[in-house]
Design a protein around this ligand. Sequence first.
Ligand code: GLY
Length: 359
Amino acid sequence: MGTQAVNSDISIVGAGVIGAAIAWQAARRGHTVRIYDPLLADGVPQTGASWAAGGMLAPFSEGWPGEDQVLDVGAQSLARWPALAAELLADTGIDVLTGRGTLLVAADSADAAELDTQDRWLRAQGHAFQRLGRGEVRDAQPALAKNLRGGLWVEPELAVDNRALLRALRTAAAEAGAELIPHLVTDLPGQVVLAAGSDSAALRPGLPVRPVKGEILRLRRRPGTPEPPTCTIRALVRGRHVYLVPRPDGVVVGATMCEHGEDRQVTVAGVRDLLADAEAVLPSIAEYELADAMAGLRPMTPDNLPLVGRLSDTTIAATGHGRNGVLMMAITVDTVLAELGGNPLPQMKCLDPGRFSWN
Ligand code: GLY
């Protein structure tokens, strides 16, 4: 992306991946950018959804019939990711990509029937992927359990290390001139971008964003144990979804979905179910170290599409990304920069917060 000399003040509330990526690209274009976040630790927010995330860029395998627009926006954002990751690598030396492709697998016949439904819907939307039989699944990833029913190979999807991404974006934003401020102020200068995730509704009362808790685990490979998979594995295990996202040193296993408001505690049942389902798919993880367990709050909206667009003459929303914050970061950056430049993207009108009557 090119740079363009402008000099307007932009105040970004929230230093998660959405806020930091907007800061990076806006500062590169010559804006004077300040990012405000009271939850910073070591330069990045370590309690928010961006820190908790699995890092799947997976609009197809996370898609579901009826959510055609979420699929479409997610696919457009995925298409932007390789260039964005390459640009981040050039600016920081940090390669955030950790996996290519997603292998969807089913544990029993009912799970396989659900996979058929998803496959049919994806084909109807113009996205046909390769079906794999039982043997082909094992050939693709030999460490997988023997008794899986079959799968779907979703080649274009990617995975990123979300924590490396946060650090890379912070570095890139700072090098481009953005200032990171570890508190909020009442009089924010210039155009304000609200990118505060599940806290957004507290800052803009009535905004239709609610927290949906997700418990997520980080498993680290121990010496002598089998290597982690090279692609994301997304499985249905007797009706429950689990995903395993590769990292250089292990896998991230997620995630529960709980409508428990601001609850950030990790429960015994959450960890038990995630580990049981992950082990049913990839038995070797039993030998890994359980390195981290945390709960993040996804900022969900009523229609599962984010809120990206003008709230007022001075404020732009970039929030409500639900299960898809890391994926939709790329399209969100372009949408916000177009809005700041006075040329909103017509194809992203579906993200306009004005689609809800909340104020
Ligand atoms: N996108 C994965 C999750 O929200 O759990």
